[in-house]
Design a protein around this ligand. Structure first.
Ligand code: BTN
Length: 231
C-alpha cells in the first residue's frame, strides 16, 4: 500500500479525494493507493459524525479495489484496528476499531466505506485518523506515549501493518483482535440503529459481530453500533 500516494494541504475529506482519484479516467488510483491530507474541512467519522482533524494529526484514506465479498468486508474494520494498534504500539481496541489509551481516551479512529454492488463491494475506502501531536478536547494523542514519532514514519508503519492484517485469515484476524481489545469482559452500553442495549461484552462471533449478554441472560449479536464502556 502507498506506492501510489497523493498529498494535499487541505482536503474536504480524504475519503472523497480517494474516490475521486479512483474515478479519474486519466490516472485512476490503483489498489492500495493512499490519499493523505494535512487538514480536512469536512472530515467524517462513523455513524454520521464529523471528525475533527486536529493540527498535527495523521489523516489518510486507502483505496481497496473489489470485488470484496461481504463476509470479508465485515472483518476488515477489525483487521484495520489490529494494524493500527500494532503500528502505534500503545492502547487497546474498543469494538469495532477505536484505539483507546489505557485510561479510555481516543487516540485514533477508522472509517470503512464500501461501494456495494449486489452481494459484494465494488471497492472500499478505508480512512484512518490518528491524533499524533495534538488531540481534540477529551481525546489523547500519540505523542503522550511515543514522543518524537513523525507522522511519515507512523504512516509507513500503519500501511505495512495494514497490508499484513488485511491479508490474514478470518480466524487470525479475530484472534489478533481479541488479544488487542479492551472491550471483552466489560459492561457496555451499545447504541445501534434500533436503540440501546446494555450488558456484558462476551466475545466476537465468526463474522466479527459483538456478542452482548443481557441481564435477562440473552446473548445478542451486534453487527453495527457504538459501544460505551461502563465502569
Ligand atoms: C471514527 O472514529 O468515527 C472514525 C474516524 C475516521 C476519520 C478518518 S480521518 C481520514 C478519513 N477521512 C475522513 O473524512 N474520515 C477518515
Amino acid at each position: 500500500f502507498g506506492r501510489a500516494l497523493r498529498y494535499a494541504g487541505t482536503a474536504s475529506s480524504t475519503q472523497d479525494e480517494a474516490r475521486a482519484w479512483a474515478d479519474d479516467p486519466r490516472d485512476p488510483a490503483p489498489h492500495g493507493a493512499v490519499f493523505v491530507a494535512e487538514r480536512q474541512t469536512a472530515g467524517r467519522g462513523r455513524r454520521g459524525r464529523g471528525w475533527d482533524t486536529a493540527h498535527g494529526s495523521l489523516v489518510f484514506s486507502v483505496l481497496l479495489h473489489g470485488p470484496l465479498p461481504l463476509p470479508d468486508l465485515a472483518l476488515m474494520p477489525l483487521a484495520a484496528g489490529v494494524a493500527l494498534q500494532r503500528a502505534c504500539g500503545v492502547g487497546g481496541l474498543k469494538w469495532p476499531n477505536d484505539l483507546l489509551t489505557p485510561d479510555g481516551r481516543k487516540l485514533a479512529g477508522i472509517l470503512l466505506e464500501a461501494d456495494l454492488r449486489g452481494e459484494e463491494a465494488r471497492r472500499a475506502v478505508l480512512g484512518i485518523g490518528v491524533n499524533v501531536h495534538a488531540a481534540p478536547e477529551g481525546a489523547a494523542h500519540l505523542g503522550e506515549f511515543v514522543p518524537g514519532l513523525s507522522r511519515a514514519d507512523l504512516l509507513a508503519r500503519v500501511l505495512a501493518e495494514l497490508e499484513r492484517c488485511l491479508a490474514a485469515s478470518p480466524d487470525a484476524v479475530l484472534e489478533a483482535w481479541r488479544r488487542s481489545n479492551v472491550t471483552l469482559g466489560r459492561e457496555v452500553h451499545v447504541t445501534t440503529g434500533r436503540g440501546t442495549l446494555s450488558g456484558t461484552a462476551l466475545d466476537l462471533d465468526p463474522g466479527g459481530s459483538l456478542l452482548v449478554l443481557t441481564p435477562e441472560g440473552q446473548t445478542v449479536p451486534v453487527h453495527a453500533g457504538d459501544v460505551q464502556l461502563v465502569g
